[in-house]
Design a protein around this ligand. Structure first.
Ligand code: FAD
Length: 286
């Protein structure tokens, strides 16, 4: 692996930094196969969902534990090497976009659900766990995880925490910040801190609220304690047909004004409905 490394950046341009000893040091901190430096290995990491911006990282690391994340971050801090965190890379704001000559720390090897506590309605997960896996893991016992970004089949909990993600059900149940109880965080110097806890209202400052939505700028989340909810006993779906977007919008206001908070409301205009029909031909819309 080290033999493939030279003092050039991934796209072949000369750089001021000699990456060979850096890669060797990182390979001592992680397994060699979890440190990537070859151009073809780095290609996939050059952008997130905002693909009009691209920058290949110098090195990609794939830690598995808090200790490994802390070791990589501490090393980068000591060597003054910039680093960027990446979850599943579905973000639309360029948060996981590498900066030039950086180490990218990717959480896709941190995918364990560490604890499920039904009595206290909470789970503890590693940041690379995919959003939808939590509901899959607890639905058999009658629970679910409420924040449901439409990317929930692919996006990671670490990314959800960093972006304070939400989805259709957030109208009634709130966004990610309303469901994060506690976090383990690796600070930019490699120190590890626990903030929040196992219950919603902890004494002291709401540091969890500060970190959720901070787009990865305050540290790397390595463990998340999340609230899970009891699944509804029954679910009713209502489809209504309107002749204009304005009329549909007015109905949304009327429903909320009447004090009714549905689990979710979604609106599709005629153009979108026709596009769906042209593709999947459900023949179920009026
Ligand atoms: C088709 C599609 C639909 C989408 N729908 C929605 C939607 O309905 N609602 C919504 O809110 N978003 C939506 N998104 C945006 C995106 O999926 C969310 O922002 C998601 O939370 C990003 O998760 P990720 O794992 O892909 O994070 P990434 O894209 O990998 O990273 C996003 C940010 O999080 C940081 N980060 C990642 N992991 C950590 C960590 N462990 N610790 C600290 N920082 C970290 C990164 O540095 C970056 O700043 C959608 C995206 C797509 C492509």
């Amino acid at each position: 692996m080290v033999a493939a490394v030279d003092a050039r950046s991934a796209d072949g341009t000369a750089t001021g930094r000699d990456w060979r000893p850096i890669v060797q040091a990182l390979e001592k901190l992680l397994d060699a196969n979890r440190v990537m430096r070859r151009k073809e290995e780095l290609l996939v990491y050059e952008c997130d969902g905002l693909s009009s911006y691209r920058q290949r990282p110098a090195v990609v690391t794939l830690p598995k534990t808090t200790e490994e994340v802390a070791a990589v971050v501490r090393f980068c801090h000591e060597q003054e090497i910039p680093f960027v965190t990446r979850g599943a890379g579905t973000g639309l704001s360029g948060g996981a976009l590498p900066i030039e000559e950086c180490v990218l720390i990717v959480t896709t090897c941190m995918q364990q659900i560490l604890d499920i506590d039904y009595d206290n309605q909470r789970v503890v997960v590693q940041p690379g766990v995919i959003n939808n896996w939590i509901t899959q893991a607890v639905s058999g016992a009658g629970f679910y995880y409420a924040p449901d970004p439409s990317s929930q089949l692919a996006c990671s909990i670490g990314g959800n925490v960093a972006e304070n993600s939400g989805g259709v059900h957030c109208l009634k149940y709130g966004v990610t910040t309303n469901h994060v109880l506690g976090l383990k965080l690796v600070l930019p110097n490699g120190d590890v801190v626990d903030i929040g806890g196992a219950v919603a209202e902890m004494p002291g400052f709401d540091l969890t609220g500060v970190v959720v939505g901070s787009e990865g700028t305050l540290g790397i989340v390595t463990e998340v304690t999340l609230r899970i909810l009891k699944s509804a006993e029954s679910v009713q779906v209502l489809l209504a047909d309107f002749t204009s977007v304005e009329a549909a919008g007015g109905a949304v206001s009327d429903i909320i004004q009447a004090g009714i908070i549905p689990a979710g409301m979604e609106m599709m205009d005629n153009f979108s409905l026709n596009a769906v029909e042209d593709t999947v031909a459900t023949n179920c819309y009026p």
